[in-house]
Design a protein. Structure first.
Length: 207
């Protein structure tokens, strides 16, 4: 098993210093990552950093963690708060194509999701692991469907008519009628403004 280099590696190869509590501890007090390296923080310190909702305290929305903004988003990636990770093109800097973000590969895609680069999010079946049914990814529900499009799970893509929102005719009719009303309202406002302007011009000519 590989171990990350630290201050105690030369003196005692069976111990490692925790970056949080600063104690020299045996290696069995550290978690092993997928890359077969030990974590820099010990297990007890990792457990302390998690809240009752099994999330990191600072990133927990329910606990209102320090990293969560007033828009209920992570501050650094919040566009309204102009977080530190947001570039001048109003996108996350690391995945911005115009800024040539560090997370983009040679194919101009997000490296972790690029099939040609065999990114970390791509499974053995050449799909995104999160949406792979064979890998039982996080985006697949108990009914073996994409969770957002599952009617039984009431996914986010399912509308009030129990159909996929993008393919629902009734939802499309509603959206078009709303846009028509909006445009009509704007036209009325423009007409009223032009009428008032013409009245003012007439009064000026009379005087």
């Amino acid at each position: 098993m590989k171990r990350q280099r630290d201050e105690t590696s030369e003196s005692d190869p069976d111990t490692q210093k925790c970056t949080r509590c600063r104690h020299n501890l045996p290696l069995n007090n550290f978690k092993v990552r997928k890359c077969k390296l030990y974590t820099k923080t010990c297990i007890t310190c990792i457990q302390k950093s998690f809240c009752s909702h099994d999330k990191q305290k600072e990133f927990c929305k329910e606990c209102k963690g320090s990293a969560i903004c007033k828009h209920n988003l992570v501050k650094s990636v919040c566009k309204e708060c102009k977080g530190g990770s947001i570039c001048k093109h109003n996108t996350i800097r690391s995945i911005c194509k115009e800024c040539k973000g560090g997370a983009l590969c040679a194919h101009n895609r997000v490296r972790s999701k690029c099939k040609d680069c065999k990114g970390g999010s791509i499974c053995d079946h050449n799909r995104e692991r999160y949406r792979c049914k064979e890998c039982k990814g996080g985006g697949i529900c108990e009914h073996n469907r994409v969770r957002t499009a599952c009617k039984e799970c009431k996914g986010g893509s399912i509308c009030e008519h129990n159909r996929v929102r993008s393919k629902c005719k009734e939802c499309k009719v509603k959206s078009t009628s709303q846009t028509k009303l909006f445009t009509k309202g704007n036209e009325k406002e423009e007409n009223s403004v032009t009428e008032s302007e013409t009245e003012l011009d007439k009064n000026i000519v009379k005087n």
